[in-house]
Design a protein around this ligand. Structure first.
Ligand code: NAD
Ligand code: UDP
Length: 340
């Protein structure tokens, strides 16, 4: 039975992942009961280990491509691998996760008549020809390339969200998340911030793909989670899509230099080929988030990197032997780099 002090019960799909675990933590801190659903494809039990003893927290190992039964008051749908290396590992499963996952959470939300938030992505803009990217921009996405399973899967999920809203009057919240980083990214995640920080801490060459002039805008995870929660609390007419990200734009080479500086590393730079369809530039226009959510990021890149570096320093010192205790209980089809 639900305790009187609990104001709501929240389902977080992908809750054992990087962003999801921070969201679960924040929701619990605000007095919610949290049902964390995850198949541990890229997420890890260690991300939520500190929450398992909390009676308001429950973990359900489940795949979002399979229909979900739960009694909850709101849903955050985050389940989907986010790193290009991982979403391209099993691209068919990636599309299924976005599309069937969306259908399943929308079906549940419709049955329960509750709001549902979709973690969409700046990737819906593809390799953007408009800069910075406002929500009105329809994007420049290759429908048949190696990134399409993720980009088109997320675009189709947005379509489903808006069709459920129009057809069934469902309360939806769609946010387009731009590159987010912070503690609990997987050390072998393959994304640029975790790659650079781990390489720098090990004094290994920093792998810049291409010439390093491509840009990204990096948002610290605490800022992002604040934006997600504000979005859920907005009035029903605020459906989004709304961009959430940090508009401070950096080249990948600038990021590499900053990471070397913050870690005081002896790493050198190693240039590697640029992956196919890698977007040239990316920066969110966050005017809508500022207007509707009163939200803007507060944590500058250097400060966020310092916190991220501290996390990885601790993690690497726990796993000096190369053994990662978190591999226990991983998904049987997780990408090899995540489980070895
Ligand atoms: P992550 O890989 O750490 O987390 C994703 C979680 O979803 C993992 O715990 C994984 O095990 C779980 N998952 C994957 N497939 C599943 C399935 N079929 N059923 C159940 N669980 C499944 O990635 P993240 O960075 O925390 O991303 C969370 C969400 O935010 C994703 O939907 C992602 O697309 C979106 N997003 C993230 C970023 C970013 O920069 N981190 C940017 C844009 C969008
Ligand atoms: N990148 C890089 N070195 C790495 C990993 C990534 O130079 O070790 C580049 C990548 O080519 C892209 C940018 O960093 O231009 C961001 O990559 P990430 O995979 O983090 O996210 P994306 O924004 O491409 O989804």
């Amino acid at each position: 039975m639900r305790s009187k002090s609990v104001d709501r019960r929240v389902l977080v799909t992908g809750g054992a992942g990087f962003i999801g675990s921070h969201l679960c933590e924040r929701l619990l801190a605000e007095g919610a009961e949290v049902l964390c659903l995850d198949n541990l494809f890229t997420g890890r039990k260690r991300n939520i280990a500190h929450l398992l003893g909390n009676p308001a927290f429950e973990f359900l190992r489940h795949d979002v491509t399979v229909p979900i039964q739960a009694e909850v008051d709101e849903i955050y749908n985050l389940a989907c691998p986010a790193s290009p290396v991982h979403y391209q590992f099993d691209p068919v499963q990636t599309t299924k996760t976005s599309v069937m996952g969306a259908i399943n959470v929308l079906g549940l939300a419709r049955r329960l008549r509750i709001p549902v938030l979709q973690a969409s992505t700046s990737e819906v803009y593809g390799d953007p020809q408009i800069h910075p990217q406002p929500e009105t921009y329809w994007g420049n996405v290759n429908p048949i390339g190696p990134r399409s399973c993720y980009d088109e899967g997320k675009r189709c999920a947005e379509t489903l969200f808006f069709d459920y809203h129009r057809q069934h009057s469902l309360s939806i919240k769609v946010v387009r998340i731009f590159n987010t980083y912070g503690p609990r990214m997987h050390p072998n995640d393959g994304r640029v911030v975790s790659n650079f920080v781990v390489q720098a801490l090990k004094n290994q060459p920093i792998t810049i793909f291409g010439d390093g002039t491509q840009t990204r805008s990096f948002c610290y995870v605490d800022d992002l989670v604040e934006g997600l929660m504000r979005m859920m609390r907005t009035a029903p007419e605020i459906t989004g899509p709304i961009n959430l990200g940090n508009p401070s734009e950096f080249t990948v080479a600038q990021l590499a230099n900053l990471v070397v500086e913050v870690t005081n590393s002896r790493s050198t730079i190693a240039f590697r080929p640029l992956p196919q369809d890698d977007p040239r530039q990316r920066k969110p226009d966050i005017a809508l988030a500022e207007k509707h959510l009163g939200w803007a990021p507060t944590i500058p890149l250097r400060q966020g990197l310092e916190r991220t570096v501290s996390y990885f320093e601790r993690l690497l010192s726990e796993t000096v032997s190369g053994e990662d205790a978190s591999k226990k209980g991983h998904h049987p089809k997780s990408p090899p780099r995540l489980v070895s």
